[in-house]
Write a protein that binds this ligand. Structure first.
Ligand SMILES: *Cc1c(COP(=O)(O)O)cnc(C)c1O
Length: 417
């Protein structure tokens, strides 16, 4: 059973002030997850989570995570500006980008963040811009398939990210000549994994690589960045990852491979989905019912508010608030109003019978939800709310208005909206 973190009564009260649709986030849940992660890896002295900003780029959430000891993983100029606006700098910023504009490198350098190079050619590009900092990170792509047991998790050979092992070696050597003293190795090989083995297997692969790289280059490799990829149970039948066990299994690999080598290696992560995904929901109202060859429920939210179902066919669980105990006997497609037939939050989903005005709670939108929003069909981005630890609700981003939509348009001076 997936349980909403607000009740119908709470939702009705919130809606009086903040009409649907909106995303709402649960501060208590976010803090608890950050604490569980930090505790699972507390055996590693240098452990540091860099929250993947792209998952939930709201400054209020980012500062909550920073209070819990997390840094930020940025991938663009504007995400760096978010980190800057929050007063972060130095080792609290990881910059994991690709196809990177020069001004992005200039900004991360100004902020003193760690630069995680995606490509070997970036070494010269960055070297031409400024003296390389003492610490640099490199992203690894092992090629081939990435498998856990017999399950192929992903196909790195087809992924645009990272460097080959040979490129890592030559890039490290070149950067040593340029005065870089400490290095980190990063790799992201599978997304939304629902197995406690992903991090341990990735860690083992990277620990071995790091031992090799140290031998081949003599470089001080100071950290490994396991990046993102720990998943969340979107479906009611999915089993939740056990972060404590994941931490223990990574430690086993560390004890086996790194400890005998006699050096310290800090473990970094760049989790997004795992940190905030379950602690967000899109709340919308049923505003239309249509019966043709199927039964459709139309919401006041649409794919611009949550793109994952349309883009990846992703499952998001839906609870009709107040009908948690009513049997799910009616099969619906739950849609938005875009002129796009993939604008469906659910297809052939069994739900309790829905009346117009019912409030639907779409689960697990706390990562890659609001942030993937767009303005297709002139639809506007929703508000974002925070359910604080004390139970109050705070507006942390207002909904867009038509004025926002028109603000960037040129050549319609005097157009009266
Ligand atoms: C997207 C991304 C992450 C976060 O991924 P999740 O699946 O949300 O954990 C971390 N690092 C990099 C480089 C990414 O692109």
């Amino acid at each position: 059973m997936k349980k909403p973190f607000i009740t119908l009564e709470q939702a009705q009260k919130i809606i009086k002030e903040h009409p649907t649709p909106f995303h709402i986030y649960d501060e208590k849940g976010i803090r608890a997850t950050a604490r569980a992660l930090n505790s699972a890896f507390s055996w590693n002295k240098g452990f540091h989570e860099y929250f993947a900003v792209k998952a939930l780029p709201n400054p209020t959430i980012l500062s909550i995570l920073h209070e819990e000891g997390c840094g930020l993983d940025c991938s663009s100029y504007t995400e760096l500006l978010l980190a800057k606006a929050l007063g972060l700098n130095g080792k609290d910023i990881m910059f994991s980008s690709n196809v990177t504009p020069k001004e992005d490198y200039m900004l991360v350098h100004e902020l003193g963040g760690i630069i995680n190079l995606d490509d070997a050619s970036d070494v010269e590009i960055v070297h031409d811009l400024f003296d390389l900092p003492e610490t640099m990170s490199l992203r690894f792509n092992p090629g081939g398939y990435f498998a856990i047991g017999n399950d192929i998790m992903d196909n790195p050979e087809d992924a645009k990210y990272g460097m080959t092992k040979d490129q890592l070696v030559s890039s490290i050597k070149k950067m040593q000549e340029y005065g870089v003293k400490h290095f980190g190795i990063h790799s992201f090989l599978a997304s939304n994994t629902l197995t406690n083995c992903y991090y341990p297997i990735l860690a083992e692969l990277l620990f071995k690589l790091i031992v090799d790289l140290r031998k081949e280059t003599g470089a001080d490799i100071a950290f490994v960045n396991l990046s993102g990829g720990i998943g969340i149970p979107y479906r009611p039948e999915d089993e939740e990852n056990d972060i404590c066990l994941i931490g223990e299994k990574v430690k086993e690999a560390y004890d086996k491979i790194i400890v005998p080598e006699g050096f310290d290696l800090s473990i970094y992560t760049e989790l997004g989905r795992y940190m905030t995904g379950p602690h967000g929901a899109l709340v919308a109202t049923a505003v239309h019912e249509k019966k043709i060859y199927k039964d459709y429920i139309g919401l006041d939210a649409c794919a611009v508010n949550l793109m994952r179902p349309a883009m990846y066919g992703a499952y998001h669980h839906i609870t009709v608030l107040g009908k948690e105990d009513v049997p799910a006997t009616v099969k619906y497609d739950v849609t938005g109003g875009l002129c796009e037939n993939n604008d469906k939050f659910a297809i052939d989903r069994l739900l309790p019978k829905i009346e117009l005005g019912d409030i639907l709670y779409i689960h697990d939108t706390g990562a890659h939800g609001f942030s993937m929003g767009y303005n297709y069909n002139g639809k506007l981005r929703s508000a974002e709310l925070l359910l604080t630890e004390s139970g109050d609700v705070k507006l942390i981003r207002r909904a867009e208005t038509p004025e926002d939509y028109f603000a960037t348009i040129q050549g319609i001076n005097g157009y009266n909206i």
